[in-house]
Design a protein around this ligand. Structure first.
Ligand SMILES: [Mg+2]
Ligand SMILES: [Zn+2]
Length: 205
């Protein structure tokens, strides 16, 4: 390939993704999880992830982890937890495309972590990062979350969002309904979220 060819804009078809909040969506929310022994994958998550992956969706984890800013655990501990979970998923044939986390907090913590960043949800920074790295079509993508901050992050970049009633879902359902935010669905759990995405995706081809 010549240099000129390399610089030509690529017309590569855009990909689609499901953005996944971690705590209360994929695994039980145990408030600042810091040890692999605390990991408990929620019901239906592995089956749901497999079906989403089989339908051509990238699986992209996007999780706020201010426990790092609060010095409750380190980034290296978090990376260990994510590689442990990634291995559990791989044993089931599930391949997560990206594990994105925000270690910051705007007002708590020390040095590099105490910042108003663009990645802490409701900011959409983690979604935008994945979008540029994976060449995503955000309007064909979805987010599954359990908090209003998840839904808002999706709203800001035109991603369809689904609130699950696991984790903080029941509590945050009221907040979401009282807000003016767009929401694609409010469902019981991960499997119902999966069904909703796959039905809609099959109609939008
Ligand atoms: Mg959550
Ligand atoms: Zn951040």
């Amino acid at each position: 390939m010549t240099i000129e060819e390399k610089n030509l804009p690529t017309n590569k078809k855009k990909e689609k993704a499901v953005f996944l909040d971690r705590d209360g969506v994929l695994i039980e929310d145990v408030n600042y999880l810091s040890r692999v022994e605390q990991i408990s994958i929620l019901d239906g998550v592995e089956d749901g992830l497999l079906r989403l992956q089989d339908s051509g969706f990238h699986l992209v984890v996007t999780t706020n982890q201010a426990g790092i800013a609060r010095a409750l655990f380190t980034e290296s501990t978090l990376n260990e937890i994510h590689s442990y979970l990634d291995n559990l998923f791989k044993l089931r044939g599930i391949h997560v495309s990206m594990w994105n986390y925000c270690p910051h907090h705007p007002s708590i913590g020390t040095d590099i972590y105490k910042v108003s960043c663009h990645c802490r949800k409701p900011e959409p920074g983690m979604l935008l990062k994945a979008s540029s790295e994976l060449n995503l079509d955000l309007e064909k993508s979805y987010l599954i979350g359990d908090k209003i901050s998840d839904i808002e992050a999706a709203n800001r970049v035109m991603v369809k969002s689904i609130l699950v009633r696991t984790g903080y879902g029941l509590e945050h359902e009221k907040l979401v309904k009282a807000s003016k935010m767009k929401i694609f669905g409010i469902v019981k759990d991960f499997l119902e979220a999966t069904n909703l995405i796959l039905v809609n995706d099959s109609f939008s081809k």
